[in-house]
Ligand binder design. Structure first.
Ligand code: 99T
Length: 201
């Protein structure tokens, strides 16, 4: 299989962490690509008309996207280790969606900066995206620490990748302020081999 990939993408990172945690690294060849909505560059538009990564091309040529679909597929292929049985599954999926929402908002902030001239950027829109992230961090700190401290699952992986992306692209916003439990959890989670091997660059 081929995974269209960029080291900076937190969505791609979810998939690569899952591959490492489930011992499937050799099943997938990483294909580096780059691009965005303004300039699709080498993005895999033939495999994914949305021109987004991660996109996974399977042996028969069919493609899977987005990261949640790919992660579910690859976990199923490995015997279902990072998506638990219901009812915990509903929490895991909600936590993964919550983390993906942080990534969505942070990536939109990134694109506002790199695809628009400075005088055309909307400060209100940037702050609106940060407000989504900030509210979500508050909820993780208040309601999700117990789940985050439980058995490894895809919700935890997604939160780890989302927080790693905040450090990578939005370090000046200091997401740790006001979220001490989450910061402690992340310090331990980021020390996993799968996380250390996939740090964004
Ligand atoms: O929007 C585009 O045209 C290209 N962007 C992407 O492919 C980003 C890369 S993160 N990926 C997604 O937005 C995937 C979202 C999807 N819901 C999923 O797979 O879960 C790049 C971040 C950076 O360079 O800083």
């Amino acid at each position: 299989m081929r995974l269209f990939h960029a080291l900076a993408s937190p969505f791609v990172r979810k998939v690569v962490v899952l591959l490492k945690e489930t011992g499937q690294e050799t099943a997938v060849t990483l294909v580096p690509v780059a691009g965005n909505a303004v300039d699709p560059g080498t993005m895999p538009v033939a495999q994914n008309p949305l021109g987004k990564i991660p996109t996974l091309e399977r042996e028969d040529g069919t493609a899977l996207y987005d990261s949640r679909v790919i992660c579910r597929y690859l976990d199923d292929r490995a015997g279902g280790r990072l998506y638990p049985a219901a009812p915990r599954l509903w929490e895991t999926l909600t936590l993964e969606a919550t983390a993906d929402g942080i990534m969505d908002a942070a990536v939109l902030m990134r694109y506002e900066v790199i695809t628009r001239d400075e005088d055309k950027r909307s400060a209100a829109w940037l702050e609106g995206q940060w407000a989504k992230i900030s509210r979500t961090l508050d909820v993780l700190e208040a309601r999700w620490m117990s789940h985050l401290s439980g058995p490894l699952d895809m919700g935890q992986v997604a939160v780890g990748c989302a927080l790693g992306y905040l450090d990578f692209r939005l370090a000046d916003r200091d997401w740790r302020a006001g979220h001490p439990q989450l910061a402690d959890w992340y310090a331990a989670f980021a020390a996993r081999d799968s996380m250390k091997a996939t740090a964004p660059a």
